[in-house]
Design a binder for this molecule. Structure first.
Ligand code: SF4
Ligand code: SF4
Length: 63
């Protein structure tokens, strides 16, 4: 499992990923999603919620 990375050009700032992140690891800064990796637990293999729920395909998984 990799970490979620936001592709800034695609992100519309819609906040959908904020609403699905259980640990509040995402905030919007200047209309773009920013992930706090100290909170995100994707590296445990337990979460891909933001990746799966971004309608713009703006979050991808990076190893
Ligand atoms: S769901 Fe996707 S487009 Fe919407 S704020 Fe999050 S990263 Fe950006
Ligand atoms: S992978 Fe899960 S915990 Fe990490 S930022 Fe996305 S929704 Fe939040």
């Amino acid at each position: 499992m990799g970490i979620p990375v936001v592709e800034q050009k695609r992100c519309t700032g819609c906040r959908e990923c904020l609403s699905v992140c259980e640990v509040n690891a995402i905030e919007i800064v200047n209309e773009k999603a920013v992930i706090d990796y100290s909170r995100c637990y994707s590296d445990t293999g337990r979460c891909r919620a933001c990746i799966e729920n971004c309608l713009q395909g703006a979050i991808f998984e990076m190893d």
